[in-house]
Design a protein around this ligand. Sequence first.
Ligand SMILES: [Zn+2]
Length: 189
Amino acid sequence: MNSEQILEHFTETNALLEGHFLLSSGLHSPNYLQCALALQYPADAARFGRAISEHYLDAGIETVASPAIGGLVIGYSVAAAMNVRFLWTERQSCEMTLRRGFTLKPRERILVVEDVITTGGSTRECIAALEANGGKVVAAASIIDRSNGTADVGVPRIALASLDVPSYAEGECPLCVDGGRPVKPGSRA
Ligand SMILES: [Zn+2]
């Protein structure tokens, strides 16, 4: 499955939205990837999961972990393809934490999986939470890289496809200059 086929799938499933969006990173963008739409059929999620897992056949991955909620479906799919366990981190009063009784053995080898990486913030926070619990995050992966390859998460990172969509800091956004107001993705029907 090459990058082109992946982006085609996103377009076909309306996972690539157009408008004026306020991203969770605080940046504004004329595009938003609603990855959940691209992953709603388990067979599609499984295909993406296998494609990511193929990069780590010999990496000795013991566990796949994802930051909730965005990473849950793809992370689970990667873990299923690798036949390893899956767990997630989630925010508790803003701070990314490992909850629900999940524990790690010392230096447990973990692959962190996200749906989309824009700034890498969620992945970095997920990695920090896992390492605070004794894990060893050896790599990170996402379906889509929106960072032009620039997001540094502190470990080697791959993405199945790169999508160059502009994003702007508030105050530098041409869509705002045109008088539009950004919407939070998912907040408009
Ligand atoms: Zn704007």
